[in-house]
Design a protein around this ligand. Structure first.
Ligand code: GLY
Length: 300
């Protein structure tokens, strides 16, 4: 049985001075998830562990270091989906929750639901999840961009992970701070099943990233998983899903995929997307900052 995991740090522009932080962050997340899979742990635990690392890393737009809305506030969305039973759970527009992916996973395990704002925060508090002051998740860098109303090219972006464990269970997870300068109350694709993530154990699992307003109408994650039909390789399916988005709407997006055989694939139409993956067929992880580049480990 092949075991596999892939993480992404968001479809975005990655400037040279941010490349190492993206590489290091995705590598650390991959290692956290892989350690769990290697000792026979579940894909749910691996996806949660990997995304928690990315949520703690201000390089990415999820929890710590998330982008600010027009009021200067951080609101978070996250979701997880389990392909073994089509279980899912998510939170949207939450504040003061350190690890929204863990709350989403608990909701999934409890009873599939999408909980919003104060209701989600109350659920997190009542179930003993780590809470924080909403302002604690705002980094100086994001505050400065907001104050100057800067059009920043290499803003942080959504994170995600897909894993296949040794019981054959496929799980997808996605976590985000939305988009920079979003209007208060806006919710994007990331916690919406079929758009920001999808997992069907018989077909495949996907996490997406990019412009929610473009991802939602093409139901990008489900589209990508559907394209795995007839044994299509996940790399080809991922590319076709992004082509579908490009043909139907404008906007930047990316996706990561794993099929039930443990084959991985990814694609994006943004300048960059940090990705790291590892399977039991590989000697060591591959890490990239964009699709066309050589793996980081092969750079001169
Ligand atoms: N993909 C993140 C968002 O649009 O909210």
């Amino acid at each position: 049985m092949t075991v596999a995991i892939i993480v992404h740090g968001g479809a975005k522009t990655i400037s040279n001075d941010k490349a190492k932080a993206n590489i290091d962050g995705c590598t650390a997340a991959l290692e956290a998830g892989w350690a769990i899979l290697q000792r026979g742990g579940s894909a749910k635990d691996a996806v949660e562990a990997a995304i928690r690392v990315l949520e703690d890393d201000p390089t990415f737009n999820a929890s710590m270091g998330a982008t600010l809305d027009t009021d200067g506030e951080v609101y978070l969305d996250a979701a997880m989906m389990d392909g073994s039973n089509l279980g899912w759970g998510g939170v949207v527009a939450v504040q003061g929750v350190s690890h929204p992916i863990s709350v989403a996973r608990k909701i999934m395990d409890d009873k599939p639901r999408l909980l919003a704002s104060e209701g989600a925060e109350r659920y997190a508090r009542e179930h003993g999840f780590e809470m924080c002051k909403p302002s604690n998740l705002i980094t100086l860098e994001q505050r400065q961009h907001w104050e100057k109303e800067e059009a920043v090219l290499d803003r942080p972006a959504t994170v995600g992970c897909v894993a296949l464990d040794d019981s054959g269970t496929l799980v997808a997870g996605t976590s985000t701070g939305g988009v920079a300068n979003q209007p208060p109350g806006r919710v994007g694709d990331s916690a919406i099943v079929g758009c920001g993530l999808y997992a069907d154990g018989k077909v495949g699992a996907c996490s997406t990233t990019g412009d929610g307003e473009s991802i939602i109408p093409v139901v990008l994650a489900k589209t990508a998983v559907d394209l795995l039909a007839q044994d299509r390789h996940p790399d080809e399916a991922a590319q076709m899903a992004i082509e579908t988005l490009k043909q139907k709407v404008t906007g930047e997006a990316g996706c990561i995929l794993i099929d039930p055989q443990g084959r991985v694939g990814w694609a994006h139409n943004s300048q960059g997307m940090a990705v790291a993956y590892m399977t039991t067929e590989m000697d060591k992880p591959e890490v990239f900052t964009r699709k066309e580049s050589k793996p980081y480990s092969q750079k001169d």
